[in-house]
Design a protein around this ligand. Structure first.
Ligand code: SF4
Length: 370
């Protein structure tokens, strides 16, 4: 099955290239899990429910580029809950086991618990339930943690880049107070989410001194902290290799205060490197896309809020699944189309990152679900 070929001009185009999704692809029986050209199965789906966000994190949506008048997706272009549900069911029928709800900031999407309730009803081909999780900046958790939990959300990851009010305010770009995120995490715990994961993006000269205070806090609170190397996602965050705090240094800083040892991955394709505290007080993780790429077992697909399928966080182009849905394609054709796209996937950007990839117009992270 020939997929539309990507025009080289797309690599540096001002707008992401959206290719039509293949029609009349080879049918795929439910439960048959497609693999890509590197033998990687389709296991995880990240679903962006909005490209909007109430933060302007410097490494994702810097305010000087994405100001107050930035044109986000018009409502009519955004997938409805029913369309998201249909696509999620197609991916689960193809073997996806984990659905991660993302954005932008997912909690700014109205009535989100209603979507969670829909997705929580999905069953895998073997009858098992899906691992329904969400990544949020925590700004709306105080009000929504309980309704999300009651709707069937299983797990939660909260982004928090520092406990220092000034550093946090500077990194979120809108002076949002750290205290409100901490209250949101407390509300999530009261609602029954456990263990809660906390993601911290580290940028040299900005928040590396927040490592140990965050570690102490997470050990105290029983949270699973994961430090993320600053990445050249999108094409607007001014990424430089010099601004990356490498995984080796992160581990050394933690180990100097709380001795740690490497742990086995919890499952194949796990994003974070896990490290256990020798005193038995939990674990900490490091996401090492720059210094220790992990593309070899990357099983992640992403759907943007306007229904475009991206097969890598650093994609410059994607395939329009929304068009399929709105053209009335039946479920088996949607499945076949997804399988055809995945089947020719060969992404391994982090392994080939170099000066030659610097000018690629990668799709913004907030526009594809991170
Ligand atoms: S760079 Fe792309 S292929 Fe590699 S791990 Fe990240 S998303 Fe997967």
């Amino acid at each position: 099955m020939e997929l539309p070929v990507l025009d080289p001009a797309a690599l540096t185009a001002s707008q992401p290239t959206i290719l039509p999704a293949p029609r009349r692809a080879l049918p795929v029986a439910s439960g048959v899990r497609p693999s890509d050209t590197l033998g990687r199965p389709l296991r995880d789906l990240r679903i962006s429910v909005t490209d909007r966000c109430n933060f302007r994190c410097t490494y994702c949506m810097p305010a000087e580029v994405f100001g107050r008048d930035f044109a986000f997706l018009p409502r009519a272009q955004v997938l409805t809950f029913e369309e998201i549900d249909r696509l999620a069911r197609a991916f689960v029928a193809l073997g996806a086991e984990k659905l991660r709800i993302t954005g932008g900031e997912p909690l700014v999407r109205r009535d989100l618990p209603a979507l969670i309730a829909l997705l929580a009803r999905i069953r895998r081909p073997d009858g098992g339930s899906v691992d329904l999780t969400m990544t949020t900046n925590g700004s709306g958790l105080r009000a929504l943690a309980r309704p999300l939990r009651d709707a069937g959300l299983a797990r939660l990851t909260v982004s928090l880049d520092s406990l220092d009010p000034d550093v946090f305010a500077a990194m979120n770009g809108v002076d949002f107070p750290v205290a409100r995120v901490l209250k949101g995490i407390a509300a999530a715990r009261d609602a029954g989410f456990a263990p809660i994961k906390v993601n911290t993006v580290l940028k040299r000269g900005v928040n590396e001194d927040s490592i140990v205070p965050l570690v102490d806090w997470a050990r105290e609170e029983g949270l699973i902290l994961r430090f993320i190397e600053f990445m050249d996602v999108g094409h607007s965050n001014g990424w430089r290799l010099d601004d990356v705090v490498p995984a080796g240094e992160i581990v050394d800083r933690i180990n100097a205060v709380h001795p740690i040892e490497p742990l086995e991955p919890a499952y194949s394709g796990e994003v974070a490197e896990r490290w256990g505290y020798l005193d038995g007080r939990g674990e900490v993780g490091v996401i090492t896309s720059v210094t220790r790429p992990f593309c070899g077992d990357c099983t992640r697909a992403r759907i943007s809020a306007n229904g475009v399928l991206y097969t890598c966080l650093f994609s410059v182009a994607g395939h329009d699944l929304r068009g399929l849905l709105r053209d009335g394609a039946p479920d088996d054709e949607v499945r076949a189309s997804i399988a055809a796209i995945w089947g020719v996937r060969d992404d391994r950007y982090s392994e080939v990152r170099s000066d030659a990839t610097a000018d690629l117009r990668r799709v913004e992270m907030f526009a594809m679900g991170g």
